[in-house]
Design a protein around this ligand. Sequence first.
Ligand SMILES: Nc1ncnc2c1ncn2[C@@H]1O[C@H](COP(=O)(O)OP(=O)(O)OP(=O)(O)O)[C@@H](O)[C@H]1O
Length: 299
Amino acid sequence: MSDLEVRDLTRVFASGDTPRRAVDGVSFTATSGLLTGFVGGNGAGKTTTMRMIMGVLAITSGEVLFDGAPVTRNDRREFGYMPEERGLYPKQPVLEQLVYLARLRGIDAPAARREVLEHLDRLGLGGRAKDHVEKLSLGNQQRVQIIAAVMGQPKALVLDEPFSGLDPAAVDAMADLLREHTRRGVPVLFSSHQLDLVERLCERLVILGGGRVLADGTPDDLRAKGVTRHRLVLSGDAGFVRGVPGVLAVDVDGASALVEVHDDDAANRLLAAALDRGAVHEFSPVRPTLAQIYREVTA
Ligand SMILES: Nc1ncnc2c1ncn2[C@@H]1O[C@H](COP(=O)(O)OP(=O)(O)OP(=O)(O)O)[C@@H](O)[C@H]1O
């Protein structure tokens, strides 16, 4: 069971006269056996962080640890990496290319062929083994890229946007595949802009903004820190909620309102005012979605 950890990781790009801190003191752990989602807006620093983890970009300061010790070249050789710039050769057949990549990882030829064919079948590409990569749709090329990253029992997986461009069936197949790796005790770190997907899949989350960690924890931890909203459903019009002190009306639609209450007193005032007007059919907390938490922490 080996965690992948970054400590105070920083990368400064010298662009003209004004150096830019694209990653600025980032620390987090991708725990072994868990799926960690890495989210953040465009330019937040996710790709730069992953490149430093993989050693394809020099670190300005800070460190990357694997299994509690500074990561070595040999460790990284055994990590599965899916880079942002997809690195397939367009004019080489799929099977040949994947077998070649597997052999670079030290897998012998028959085992490599067996593993590649199994993965192709699993991801619905069994009939495309002899096609050149360039003949595949972008989503199917993405599946090939994923296979390239997960072959040969990697010790950790670092995947930059592995789900982008995949259809729902491929997302499910891919999620199953990643879970198999977490079950082996491997840390899996993946970046994504698809918050609904991250919410569904991840056991841990790291939210990055402006090169810094804005929030880090399990989805439940982050939800507990977010603002809880309440849904109020009445028999009559709910528009009065707009005038209750300490209550922010997020959405009012006829007899139903979604509100944020600042404290328990405001909640009591709201409920009393509602009861004065007639029957209250529902007054219940609404768990914040990851998208809502994301908006709050990146605001
Ligand atoms: N080689 C480079 N030279 C100069 N600046 C760079 C370089 N690579 C990245 N940057 C800058 O670093 C910042 C972080 O970029 P990065 O690609 O890591 O973000 P990201 O979170 O992966 O974004 P996206 O979601 O858009 O892929 C951006 O402002 C980017 O312009």
